[in-house]
Design a protein around this ligand. Sequence first.
Ligand code: BGC
Length: 514
Amino acid sequence: MAVGGGISAGNGKQYEGRVTPFVIVACLVAATGGLIFGYDIGISGGVTSMDEFLQKFFPTVYEKQKNATGHESQYCKFENHMLTLFTSSLYLAALVASFFASATTRKFGRKISMTVGGMIFLVGSVLNGAAMNVAMLIIGRILLGVGIGYANQSVPVYLSEMAPPKLRGALNIGFQMATTIGIFAANLVNYGTAQMKANGWRVSLALAALPALIMTIGALFLPDTPNSLIERGKKDQAKEMLQKIRGTPNVHDEFSDLVDASAVSQQVRHPWRTILEPKYRPQLVITCLIPLFQQLTGINVIMFYAPVLFKTLGFADDASLMSAVVTGLVNVFATAVSIVVVDRFGRRVLFLEGGIQMLACQIGVGVLIASVFGVSGNGTFSKGMGNLALALICVYVAAFAWSWGPLGWLVPSEIHPMEIRSAGQSINVSVNMFFTFVIGQLFLSMLCHMKFGLFFFFGGWVLLMTVFVYFFVPETKNMPIEEMNRVWKAHWFWGKYIPDDAVGLSHKSSDHDA
Ligand code: BGC
């Protein structure tokens, strides 16, 4: 058995049922939660490269850029902490909110969290569109962050619980797909509003209300997951729901497993303390490391700052925004690839291939920038060199989009037993948001100080995470979510943490259907 291989999917239980249109529609609606997340990621980079926006809120950055003599380092053109705080404050708020979301999601259900998230986000987008000063701008961003904390905490769990095991990967990636569509939409909007004579940035920021409306209204109509209904003592409703989403009255086995899992979960009063117990060590470690690594791929350097980065590389304003549109499109298409293959080839193949591809591109971009700008930061990219850099960045984005992008959300949402699922997902969201914040906040300074070395820095992390996946992340494809302990138990390293009785759980003969 390969080191991280886990057990083969064939060992997992097969439940009855088919993929019903009902479950697909529910998952599509829920996945729109990703739209608000993506729109935000994509919008701020473009807005912060618009002159009118800079003049109004960050006049010093504007002056610095405008008066650049051409002798200064290209690497430092945009360094300004208030400017980066605009981008990254959102992620700090999301971090804090995800902890509140955990309790809401557990006590009131996944859909309430989604509705709450959508509404708060809506208020934030109105504030941002109407912003008169930096304070309004940042408060708006914080509200957007709270909305995202709620959505990112609840949507991936919702999707993983609704989906039949065989399609869990594909349906869960609907969230990431919506995220990339949100980013791409934002790139397009920025490209359009940058042509406006005035207030283009306002339109860009206010349009965030659109995905928020879609998500809030969508969430109101969503059914709750059977897992969550059982968790809240509504067994009959849960069974009906399960029959509906699986398209068969014969849901005995799956329902019985859900009830068993929930019984264990009910005994847990303090999920936060519980998740620290040794038997949950594999989940805890993976849930902390996956989002950390996802951010250390360096993806958000491209997502947040692509227009700024391309400007630094000497592209004109228009060309910079256009390049962001190109990377945005690559992101969407490559995510679609992962939807098709994730349940067939599994998570590990994608992680490993994506890692190698990203590393190769990062080395390529680093070498290219070093050869043009060197250490001094003086120089200009020729058209050919610029296009080569853009091509390498696209290949890198594609690799991320079929590996760490979707898997960074999928894997943590499917590895936790019910009793620690909400807590585990909050850790995932908060670690992700924290490092999104760190990178958002530090990137422009890092570029200024580490220069082309920044690309090698992220490359080093990608190497490390690829080795980590090889040894420590087991394959989870096709394994029913409430049976996941079998995967850990069979793992060469994590197996020793899982007590024997944790694996026999689902084979009790008690009849919970009555
Ligand atoms: C990540 C984001 C990133 C996006 C890019 C998501 O999975 O969490 O930080 O910007 O992918 O598509």
